[in-house]
Design a protein around this ligand. Structure first.
Ligand SMILES: C[S@@+](CC[C@H](N)C(=O)[O-])C[C@H]1O[C@@H](n2cnc3c(N)ncnc32)[C@H](O)[C@@H]1O
Length: 228
């Protein structure tokens, strides 16, 4: 492992190490011997590429995004449909180096996280990264739907551990208080994740030195049986 990652991540069998930046999740996946991943909210797959550069022994990565314009989504990621087609083409280019000859190591899934969840069996995903809608309702739904899909010892993580007020302070271009159904909830990602971690009694970790304060959160699933 590179000396950049000064901590021996393999020593964290049950707890999670503090990570500076989200790209180190790829190092963690590699160190833990994880194999199957899903990113929800992919855009240009720039982060997917960064993760896969570190996660050398991954066997399958699913990339899930509708790549289409949405209503009640005041987010810099909400583009018109022509723009989304270009973004999707860029995403395909970005992960092409990690594809295999059979073209089944990287799988693009075009659609919404809530309607595609039933594609995945429970306990079948070792790593899930949630970076789709950033409102409280969307994030709560995504993590509730995908937590059962995470394997024992697997990682559930996501981007932007922030409340709507914090985002508004950092940039005026987004309104993460607005849910898809038009309701308002100031908690956004931060409250959705906190409530989930409380309810499930899981250790919640947050990257501590991201550029621009858009930290990632991450948690590890432990089960009474199975791989951990
Ligand atoms: C912030 S971007 C993702 C950035 C990417 N994860 C990265 O770090 O490079 C958010 C993406 O989520 C997608 N998205 C929004 N709602 C979604 C949903 N319900 N299911 C899946 N993807 C969604 C948007 O189309 C957009 O491409």
């Amino acid at each position: 492992m590179s000396s950049r990652y000064f901590m021996d991540l393999t020593s964290f069998k049950h707890t999670l190490p503090p990570l500076q930046e989200r790209v180190e999740l790829g190092v963690l996946c590699e160190a833990l011997g994880l194999k199957v991943g899903l990113e929800i909210g992919v855009q240009r797959a720039e982060f997917t590429r960064e993760i896969l550069e570190k996660w050398k022994s991954f066997e399958k990565m699913y990339l899930l995004d509708p790549w289409e314009a949405q209503t009640n989504y005041v987010d810099i990621a909400n583009k018109n449909n022509d723009e989304h087609e270009k973004i999707l083409r860029q995403a395909k280019k970005n992960v092409a180096p990690f594809q295999n000859a059979a073209s089944d190591k990287i799988e693009f899934i075009r659609g919404y996280s809530n309607t595609k969840a039933n594609m995945f069996d429970d306990l079948s995903l070792d790593y899930v990264y949630v970076d789709a809608r950033h409102d409280y309702c969307g994030v709560s739904e995504d993590i509730s739907l995908y937590w059962p899909k995470v394997s024992c010892g697997g990682i559930l993580a996501g981007h932007d551990y922030l409340s709507a007020d914090e985002v508004n302070f950092l940039t005026k271009k987004q309104n993460w208080a607005l849910c898809g159904n038009g309701t308002i909830h100031l908690g956004a990602v931060r409250t959705a994740v906190n409530e989930f971690a409380d309810r499930h009694k899981v250790q919640l970790m947050v990257t501590y030195r991201e550029r621009y304060h858009f930290n990632s959160w991450y948690m590890r699933k432990t089960c009474n049986t199975g791989r951990q």
